[in-house]
Design a protein around this ligand. Structure first.
Ligand SMILES: *[C@@H]1O[C@H](CO)[C@@H](O)[C@H](O)[C@H]1NC(C)=O
Ligand SMILES: *[C@@H]1O[C@H](CO)[C@@H](O)[C@H](O)[C@H]1NC(C)=O
Ligand SMILES: *[C@@H]1O[C@H](CO)[C@@H](O)[C@H](O)[C@H]1NC(C)=O
Ligand SMILES: *[C@@H]1O[C@H](CO)[C@@H](O)[C@H](O)[C@H]1NC(C)=O
Ligand SMILES: [Cu+2]
Length: 551
């Protein structure tokens, strides 16, 4: 990728006309159902077992791959032994990725994936060029119960909350399939459950449309959860559910009425007050039977937003409209504070839209200057911001197995470059490897040459910490942006203060971007907190293994 070098071209400095661009630089080798950034140049992709062209070292169909943003090629991930179909994922405080849940045993061609409904797949990132694979051992490490379509969120102690899902695959959830519980990885002895799953009434009341709930760890230590047209805060430390208002006008936001949810940037200027926005999905009643839903069932254009503090909750959900209705959209936080809403279907088309966070209601949405794609990104498509500041878009496979008819299994990857990448861009030269809570830190930036010569001047420097999250089914688990108070010391040194506590940014991996007059540097990986493993309770693990089957 040529961004840093491009910045040195004087002509580029002179012409700062911003433009978004879209390219198709590579293919993914497997269906891109799940995606998470693992390194500066690497993105993990996870699929189910199907007739993927990419093979593991054993010659079987690959279920996982590492996509290189440098070469736009993939290498297979070995070691996924269970069926990761429709699994969720997240990262622990020590930098290990957890992929959890999935689907039953499947055999295709000469490849077999064991029952993955209780699967826990671990991955420790390595440098590009090194080889690191997925680790699974269901005898030692597994979920308490079957979870197809579970969600996850990293908590303030660095562990993962794993919530919801179904005992088996299907389309719409129902009382027989529903797994209305949550658990932790690693297992905890908490509230009397000693490593076992904890019932959630919310996940009963949100049937039938409650799979892949939208979940965000909040600065108050609780967890926001949205499913169907309902929302709540879960106080996991006390096992208490506090209901929040329903989404207005019948908007439903979780599978199969998939909308997208985002926690807007947590900004130090307003005390890191969390604001949630939920866009798209459906306004069709959840009592309409499956048999009456079709590809022509309209999607919702509604976005509902609410600040999750006392006054915000009193005010309730505020409603605005996107330019287009979208089912199964993806939404991404960009380091410049904008929210990009993309992908999805609205009567069989795909396109892009954009929300500008700071703009006034009514002017907030803009799709001016955004390219459109001729690739339909529908069910089982993904998108993520990359450390480079680009957006990697891949997938779409509304089929049982690899399919070449309409809508085919889509292996083409696209890179969307936001307008800020066509502007002169600083590079981060020095930065901290770890960031401690409320402690000072500093980074050094180097300005593009052309601007230096003219006595480079800028108005605003922002230090932004991002969790790029885990993307699947339009759900972006753990996606998070936190701004940090910063001052410029001279022209190169930026000093800033780490996040105030583990509720504002749970301990674990983050990407640090410095945004100068709206143009972010490349993101650098930092560990927030001490990099230690989350608490491990051998008693809770032993109890869980003793009391739960291994399917
Ligand atoms: C399965 O394995 C057999 C024996 O190695 C081989 O002959 C056959 O071509 C393989 N089938 C597929 C679909 O890969
Ligand atoms: C949410 O959905 C339920 C079940 O269909 C319905 O009874 C309730 O009225 C809805 N809430 C709102 C605010 O529309
Ligand atoms: C809630 O957050 C909003 C937006 O940041 C802020 O204006 C308001 O004062 C906060 N209210 C309370 C009660 O903290
Ligand atoms: C992180 O913690 C998990 C849970 O205890 C453990 O399985 C994993 O091996 C740890 N990773 C590292 C790099 O120590
Ligand atoms: Cu799925």
């Amino acid at each position: 990728m040529a961004w840093p070098r491009l910045l040195l071209l004087p002509c580029l400095v002179a012409s700062t006309r911003a433009a978004w661009t879209l390219t198709q630089p590579g293919t993914t080798g497997i269906g891109a159902m799940q995606m998470t950034v693992v390194g500066p140049d690497t993105v993990m992709i996870i699929d189910k077992l199907e007739s993927n062209p990419l093979s593991t070292d054993q010659g079987t169909h690959a279920l996982g791959a590492i996509y290189s943003l440098k070469t736009n090629t993939v290498r297979p991930l070995n070691g996924i032994t269970t069926n990761s179909f429709c699994a969720g994922g997240g990262w622990l405080s020590n930098g290990t990725m957890v992929n959890m849940g999935g689907n039953p045993l499947v055999k295709i061609d000469n490849s077999t994936a064991q029952n993955g409904l209780q699967g826990v797949r671990l991955f420790n990132p390595c440098n590009e060029g090194e080889k690191c694979d997925v680790y699974e051992d269901a005898q030692r490490i597994r979920l308490t119960s079957s979870r197809w379509y579970p969600s996850g969120a990293r908590l303030s102690d660095g562990s993962l909350l794993i919530i919801g899902g179904a005992f088996g695959g299907g389309w719409t959830n129902n009382p027989q399939l529903n797994n209305p519980t949550y658990e932790f990885y690693p297992p905890k002895n908490i509230n009397g459950f000693n490593g076992l799953q904890i019932p959630s009434k919310f996940l009963v009341d949100t049937l039938p449309h409650n799979l892949f709930p939208h979940v965000f760890a909040l600065p108050n230590g609780q967890v926001f959860v949205a499913a169907n047209n309902k929302t709540m805060m879960l106080d996991w430390q006390r096992n208490l559910e506090t209901r929040l208002p329903d989404l207005p006008n019948g908007q439903r936001c979780t599978y199969p009425m998939s909308g997208t949810a985002i926690m807007l940037p947590l900004r130090y200027e307003n005390g890191w007050a969390p604001e949630i926005i939920i866009c798209g999905g459906s306004e069709v009643s959840d009592t309409v039977p499956e048999t009456e839903l079709s590809t022509t069932t309209p999607a919702s254009a509604q976005c509902s937003r609410m600040v999750l503090n006392a006054s915000g909750i009193r005010k309730g959900w505020q409603v605005e409209k996107m330019p287009q209705a979208r089912m199964m959209p993806d939404s991404l936080l960009l380091p410049d504070g904008k929210v990009l809403i993309l992908n999805g279907a609205a009567g069989g088309t795909a396109g892009y839209g954009n929300v500008q966070n700071q703009a006034q209601p009514g002017q907030r949405f803009s799709n001016a200057g955004l390219p459109t794609s001729d690739i339909a990104r529908m069910y089982h498509s993904v998108a993520t911001l990359t450390p480079k500041g680009t957006v990697l878009i891949a997938g779409s496979n509304p089929n049982d197995n690899v399919e070449t008819r309409m809508y085919p299994t889509e292996f083409r990857a696209e890179i969307l470059s936001p307008d800020y990448l066509s502007k002169p861009r600083a590079t981060m030269v020095n930065y901290p490897q770890t960031l401690r809570y409320a402690r000072r830190a500093s980074a050094t930036i180097s300005m593009p040459l052309g601007r230096h010569k003219r006595g480079f001047f800028f108005k605003k420097v922002e230090v932004v910490l991002m969790d790029l999250g885990f993307s699947t089914h339009g759900v972006h688990m753990d996606q998070r942006m936190v701004t940090l108070p910063a001052v410029m010391m001279g022209r190169k040194l930026v000093t800033f203060t780490g996040p105030p506590n583990a509720n504002v940014y749970p301990p674990g991996p983050a990407w640090l971007y410095i945004v100068i007059d709206g143009v972010p540097t490349e993101g650098m990986k930092v560990m927030v907190g001490d990099g230690q493993s989350p608490p491990v309770d051998p008693g809770a693990i032993a109890n869980m293994l003793a009391k739960t089957g291994n399917p």
